[in-house]
Design a binder for this molecule. Structure first.
Ligand code: ZN
Length: 121
């Protein structure tokens, strides 16, 4: 069973990885390749995991670590933060525009008042 059919470039890992449609297919691959020394030197996949970047399953030789977030997860989180900052910035700019208009209006009204008082129009 040579793993050549399902290789894709994974943006999350930044390298070519095998991609499986289902967890079962990935697990089956692990089962068959664990006794296969030819596969890759020093690489013996021990678990499968779902990749949100490829929308499929990869196999890995690294032990499970629930706390480590994938690159794509981190990227999506950062994107949300940037989006929120952007939104707040736009709000601030809008608020400044409104305040600036208000100040201009007040200034104009003051000038008109002063003019009217001075020249008793
Ligand atoms: Zn992937």
């Amino acid at each position: 069973m040579k793993p050549t059919k399902c290789k894709v470039f994974c943006n999350d890992c930044n390298r070519t990885k095998m991609l499986f449609e289902t967890e079962k297919k990935a697990e089956t691959f692990i089962k068959f390749n664990n006794d296969n020394d030819e596969f890759e030197k020093g690489y013996s996949p021990c678990r499968s995991y779902y990749c949100i970047s490829c929308c499929g399953y990869h196999v890995t030789s690294k032990p499970q670590n629930e706390n480590i977030k994938s690159k794509t997860e981190l990227l999506l989180e950062r994107y949300e933060v940037v989006k929120e900052k952007d939104r707040l910035n736009k709000e601030k700019i809008e608020q400044r525009k409104i305040e600036s208009k208000k100040r201009k209006k007040e200034k104009n009204e003051r000038i008109i008042r002063e003019y009217n008082e001075k020249f008793k129009v």
